[in-house]
Every structure is written in structure tokens, then in C-alpha cells.
Design a protein around this ligand. Structure first.
Ligand SMILES: [Zn+2]
Length: 475
């Protein structure tokens, strides 16, 4: 007997969208059948999805919770915890988020992961995982720990090629150390998640603009340049191409130069994948000049209209496989505290509207197929990050993470109606869809705007990246 049947909706199955019933038993999808065919199996509950689109839960592969935020002339404050971000995510149809476990303060990789596990345990509505984050000068014993972490279900490792701003020294990993990490990951079965900018160019531009007293954040694209993305992406790719089995996931690709670098590498068979952020697709450096222009910023920086065009084109089965948020959830007051190129905080609020926003921009405005949209917000992240087919698919045996997207009426984004921050960079956006129901492993978590889930419902997800993903550009 089935516990729940979602009936009559347009289900976006791996084979394509079709009207179908989805039967759920316990935490997983147990059956998929023709419309009306599963109700006879005596389900505990029937969810009427007629007129709605049924998709696998969204996956945001790039969020930051409980994250120290450098505040000008003050102590670093922590951003909102997983409890808040995961709730907002579920309301927006995202059931899985991947955060970071920074290895710092003399911790081992294992201690860093354990530390984050403790912060999340019983404090997250949705399912979650962590990218291990390596920072600064790496000590030799870290490589063995990384290999061990990959085996234990943490296959992705975040690395910065830059300190980002002069005040954040200690993030950049030296190139030789990156080389060693790539070798370890190639052998152990991992994937490197790279924040790639050319540190020399970035720091040169900080010095230059400070000398010229052009320190307002609206100049950010002059500091975090398209040329920097060009040099750094290509340098990392060249390094990885010389390590047999090294796979790359380029985080928050922001420029046409980055797109071109990824595309060229993929054409040569390098296992490399591109992530962009919805900010980079939807805003450019002119938006810094709007009132409270910091709310559109995240590092590296917003770029130019031609970069947006290249990024959009790359989402059409090109160099970009995932659209993430780089979520940093904090009040507007904090987001606006920095006003300079060197102290404006990165990250953004957006995990809640992401799925509906990308639906609107891809399916409605650009005519993408439903599968294509689902790939960008869920399936591709699941595949690249080693969660597929448990996550990212409406398929028998997959977790019953199911979202009903209601396209029968439009939805205007209002921060006040959401569960995220007291502002939204997406305020006033007119969206073609909004989730009416979000289910996590067979449990209805959000229904018609009401939270039904508990903080204990979210579970840690051990991951394993398939060989196919690490061998060639497989998605
Ligand atoms: Zn980030």
C-alpha cells in the first residue's frame, strides 16, 4: 500500500514531462503510473496535482549558513543559521542545500566536518551536505585527511585562488598546494570546487582604486575583472588538465571569459562543470548604482550585459550546468554596512525564490523545456555532487523529494511574505510559478504557505561522485 499518491500533475520525469501519478511509500518513490492509476492502491493520502507541474526538489549546491560576515570596524557577525535558510529553501521548493565546512584554526578536516555536523544536527528542515573548504597555507598532513573525507562521503573540496579582498588574507591556497589537492582528489574520487580569480590582478586593482580614491562598491567590477576570471579559470584548468582524473566545478562563474574557458576545456574532454548564480544572470554592474545597490553584490562581482548574455547562452546545454545562490542570509542593515570595494559583504538572499525565478526566466521567457529547467535547479547538481539518483529525479527508488509548482497564477516576490531576510534583491519580480507543496522524503514540509515540517527532519547526505562525472564532461 502506498502512503501518498500525487495524482494528475505534469510530472517532469527523467524521460520527459508527462501526466503521471507518483506513488510514495515511506521516504521514497515506489511507483509511477498513468494518471489515476495509483489511487486504487489505497493510498493513505491523495494529493491533487491537477494543473500543476511536479518536479524533484530543488538542490542549491552553494549556500552559507552560520557564516562569519566581516563587518567594517566591528566584529564579524554570523549569518542566519541552517534553521532559517533551510526553511526558506523548502518554502521555495529547494529540499537539499550544500554548505561548507571550513578547515581553520588548526582543525583537521575531520574535526571541521564534525563541527559543522554538530551545528546542523536537529537544526535543519531540509537535507544537507558540506563541501570541505581548505584555506590558506596547507600543512602536509591535510592531504591524507582530504582523501579520508572523500571516502567518508564528502567528495567536494572548495578552494580559493584569491584572498578576495585585502582584508580577508588567509583564504588563498597557493598554486602548488592546489596541485597537490587535485592529485589527492583525482585518486580518492573527489571533485574540486574552485573560487577562481587572479589574486595578483585583484589586489593590484584594489591598490589602484584606493590610490585614486575610487573606493565605492559601485566600482567592484573594475576590481574583480573579467580578465581576472579569464586568467584564473584558464590557469586552474591548465593545472587540472595535467593531473590525470582531476575534475573541476567552477563556482559562481560571472563572466563571458569564464564561460569561454569552461567551454574550451569541455570541448577537449576535461571533466569540468560550471555553476553560475542567479544574481549574475539577472543583474549587472549598472545595478550597483541603484538605491541600496549592495543588495545585488556578491563576489567576484556583477559584470556587464555581454557577460550576462554569455552566461544565459551557456545555460542552454553549454558551459553552465547549475544555477546556485551563494546564499548569505542576513538583515538589510548588515548587508548595507559595507560601502567600499573592500568591505561590502558578498553572498545574497535568494534561496527561496530561486526555483520559481529560474522557471520564469528559462521556461517562460526563453522557451526551455521543463527537463532543461529541472536540470539547472536540481538534477545536474545532484549528478555532479554525487547525490543522483537518490536526489534530483522523480524515479522509482529515489527519495520522495517532490515539489508542486503552481503556474495557474502569477506570484509577485515580496520579502515580507517570505521566510528569508527583511529584504530581497528580487523584490517585486513577477514570477510565472510558485510552489504550493514541498515534500521531503515523503513528508509534506510546506503546503499552501504553511510549514508542516520540523527541524529534526533534515538529514545529512553522504555523497559519492560517479566515475563517469569525473572522467569527462558528463552533463
Ligand atoms: Zn560562496
Amino acid at each position: 500500500m502506498l502512503d501518498i499518491v500525487v495524482t494528475g500533475g505534469l510530472a517532469v520525469l527523467p524521460s520527459g514531462p508527462q501526466l503521471a501519478d507518483i506513488g510514495i511509500q515511506g521516504e521514497t518513490i515506489a511507483a509511477i503510473g498513468a494518471p489515476g492509476s495509483l489511487a486504487a492502491l489505497g493510498p493513505g493520502r491523495v494529493v491533487d496535482a491537477a494543473g500543476q507541474i511536479v518536479i524533484p526538489g530543488g538542490i542549491d549546491p552553494h549556500v552559507h549558513c552560520n557564516w562569519p560576515m566581516p563587518v567594517p570596524d566591528g566584529e564579524a557577525k554570523l549569518t542566519e543559521p541552517a534553521s532559517r535558510v533551510s526553511q526558506a529553501a523548502l518554502f521555495g521548493g529547494t529540499t537539499t542545500t550544500i554548505d561548507f565546512a571550513p578547515v581553520e584554526g588548526g582543525m583537521t578536516v575531520q574535526q571541521a566536518i564534525e563541527h559543522r555536523q554538530q551545528q546542523w544536527a536537529g537544526q535543519c528542515y531540509g537535507d544537507y551536505a558540506f563541501h570541505t573548504m581548505l584555506l590558506g597555507k596547507l600543512s602536509p598532513e591535510i592531504y591524507g585527511q582530504v582523501a579520508e573525507a572523500v571516502q567518508a562521503g564528502h567528495p567536494s573540496v572548495k578552494i580559493f585562488t584569491t584572498d578576495i579582498t585585502p582584508s580577508r588574507k588567509g583564504r588563498m591556497v597557493q598554486f602548488g598546494d592546489i596541485w597537490e589537492v587535485l592529485k589527492v582528489l583525482a585518486k580518492a574520487g573527489g571533485i574540486a570546487a574552485i573560487h577562481a580569480e587572479d589574486n595578483d590582478l585583484v589586489m593590484h586593482m584594489y591598490e589602484k582604486l584606493m590610490r585614486e580614491q575610487r573606493t565605492g562598491f559601485e566600482n567592484m567590477a573594475e576590481v574583480h575583472t573579467t580578465l581576472s576570471e579569464d586568467l584564473s579559470f584558464n590557469r586552474v584548468i591548465r593545472l587540472a588538465s595535467n593531473v590525470e582524473g582531476a575534475a573541476l566545478y567552477m563556482m559562481h562563474t560571472s563572466a563571458a571569459t569564464g564561460v569561454r574557458a569552461i567551454a574550451a576545456a569541455r570541448a577537449n574532454g576535461v571533466p569540468i562543470y560550471g555553476e553560475t548564480l542567479h544574481q549574475y544572470l539577472m543583474y549587472n554592474s549598472e545595478d550597483y548604482k541603484k538605491p541600496n545597490g549592495q543588495i545585488y553584490h556578491t563576489y567576484p562581482s556583477l559584470k556587464f550585459p555581454e557577460d550576462q548574455a554569455a552566461l544565459w547562452e551557456a545555460t542552454n546545454h553549454g558551459a553552465i550546468q547549475t544555477v546556485a545562490t551563494d546564499e548569505i542570509c542576513c538583515p538589510l542593515r548588515i548587508k548595507l554596512q559595507g560601502r567600499r570595494i573592500d568591505d561590502t559583504t558578498g553572498g545574497n538572499a535568494g534561496v527561496q525564490p530561486r526555483v520559481s525565478l529560474i522557471y520564469t526566466e528559462t521556461v517562460e521567457k526563453r522557451g526551455y523545456g521543463l527537463n532543461h529547467f529541472v536540470e539547472l535547479v536540481s538534477t545536474n547538481a545532484a549528478k555532479i555532487m554525487g547525490l543522483y539518483p537518490r536526489k534530483g529525479a522523480l524515479a522509482v527508488g529515489s527519495d520522495a523529494d517532490i515539489v508542486l509548482l503552481d503556474t495557474r497564477q502569477r506570484h509577485i516576490v515580496r520579502a515580507a511574505d517570505m521566510h528569508e531576510a527583511d529584504y530581497s534583491p528580487w523584490e517585486g519580480r513577477d514570477l510565472a510559478a510558485w510552489p504550493s507543496l514541498t515534500m521531503l522524503r515523503g513528508k509534506v514540509m510546506v503546503e499552501n504557505g504553511a510549514l508542516k515540517g520540523a527541524l529534526t527532519d533534515g538529514k545529512f547526505l553522504p555523497r559519492k561522485v560517479p566515475d563517469e562525472i569525473r572522467a569527462r564532461p558528463a552533463v
